[in-house]
Design a protein around this ligand. Structure first.
Ligand code: NAD
Ligand code: DAU
Length: 338
């Protein structure tokens, strides 16, 4: 059997880089092509240990650029395309939605068109639980209606449904995944867990939005990667799969847990103005994926400990990220200096 070729788009970001590392840990006989624009969130340092592998090719390029995407298809003939590329931070989408609409909708269209014209065995669109919107009680199944409520989740919903339309209309072998909040190594320190861990390590304030009681379901990134690969191999085309962490927590609970694990005082907690349109609670029913045979491998508390340890040991990775444009965004967004 010839080597399978994976085209990973957005592979220099948090989840994409963890997925590439997971694939290389699991398979010897694959080829990975990573197409990434290297936005502020993309970082080649995320894959330092992989970049010299003869089975790995990095291409700096934009998924919205038809010429680049077509060239990659013609040169490498990928078997699988897994699209992680996106603008991913809700707060940035509130201030400036342009790039979200461009990459998270138009970029998906360009990838779908190239796949339709030049062929693909599987197209995995990495969507998100945010497409369902907020839920007070109970959990969303894949059949629930979609009610995104911020520019990030609305643009992700556009990409999600566009991908489905290429299955329904043209028979493209598309599968869509919708995961809950990820955490783990290499997450850009603007998201809740890495921001609070790195701020606490430096005895800086932890800015909690509103009353701190919004609920998110937390999924360790390695479990997410295992699930994506499982779905790629075992999932049915045209289907959507929820991927849950089964660990729902209020933001204040997570914050206290981080402070406790770091041995820091909760006087670092600082309540700030709420996020506009802040979804109260996300919750997924992932029975469909469990019934297919996927099992979660990591327990939340252990995975959080492991993650914190990683940030403690890798300040060389995150300290340079908290500079320049990041500091400007921080000041404008939180109304305080870091
Ligand atoms: P991230 O912001 O860390 O990484 C995004 C990557 O995409 C970066 O490497 C960036 O350079 C690249 N990129 C952005 N625009 C691009 C473009 N036009 N062309 C090529 N590359 C581009 O994001 P993440 O947290 O790793 O999320 C990855 C995917 O998973 C996203 O699609 C996101 O919506 C989805 N998702 C994330 C979570 C989460 O909790 N982080 C949960 C569910 C789903
Ligand atoms: O649910 C999946 C989504 O999770 C992904 O699709 C997104 O790409 C990802 O960014 C994430 O979105 P959230 O908005 O849930 O994640 P974030 O880490 O930004 O915030 C988590 C919760 O913490 C949310 O209720 C807002 C709150 N928060 C966040 C930050 C950055 C704070 O209270 N203070 C903060 O400074």
């Amino acid at each position: 059997m010839s080597k399978k070729i994976y085209l990973i788009t957005g592979g220099a970001g948090f989840i994409g880089s963890n997925y590439i590392r997971y694939l290389f840990k699991r398979y010897k006989d694959i080829m990975i092509v990573n197409l990434d624009k290297l936005t502020y969130a993309g970082n080649t340092a995320n894959l330092k240990d992989i970049e010299s592998s003869e089975n790995y090719i990095f291409i700096k390029g934009d998924i919205c650029d038809n010429g680049v995407v077509n060239k990659v298809f013609r040169e490498y003939h990928p078997d699988y395309l897994i699209n992680f590329a996106a603008e991913s931070h809700v707060d940035r989408s509130i201030g400036n939605p342009d790039d979200f609409i461009r990459t998270d909708i138009f970029g998906v269209y360009i990838l779908l068109e190239a796949s339709k014209e030049l062929g693909i065995e599987r197209f995995i669109q990495i969507s998100t639980d945010e497409v369902y919107g907020s839920i007070e009680k109970g959990s969303f199944t894949e059949e629930s209606s979609l009610k995104p409520s911020n520019p990030y989740s609305a643009s992700k919903t556009g990409g999600d449904r566009l991908a489905y339309s290429y299955f329904a209309t043209y028979g493209l072998p598309v599968i869509i995944t919708r995961a809950s909040n990820n955490f783990g190594p290499y997450q850009y320190p603007e998201k809740l867990i890495p921001l609070f861990v790195t701020n606490a390590l430096e005895d800086k304030q932890l800015p909690i939005y509103g009353d701190g009681r919004n609920v998110r379901d937390w999924l360790f990134v390695e479990d997410h990667c295992i699930a994506i690969e499982f779905i790629l191999q075992k999932g049915k085309v045209g289907e959507v799969y929820n991927i849950a962490g089964a660990s729902e927590k209020e933001n204040i609970q997570i914050t206290n847990h981080i402070l406790e694990l770091l041995g820091k005082s909760n006087s670092l907690i600082h309540y700030v103005a709420d996020r506009i349109g802040h979804d109260r609670r996300y919750s997924l029913d992932a029975s469909k994926l469990y019934n297919l045979g996927w099992k979660q491998e990591y327990e939340f508390g252990d995975a959080l400990k492991e993650t914190i340890q990683w940030y403690k040991e890798n300040s060389d990775w995150w300290k340079p990220l908290k500079s320049g444009e990041y500091l400007e965004f921080y000041k404008k967004h939180y109304g305080m200096e870091l």
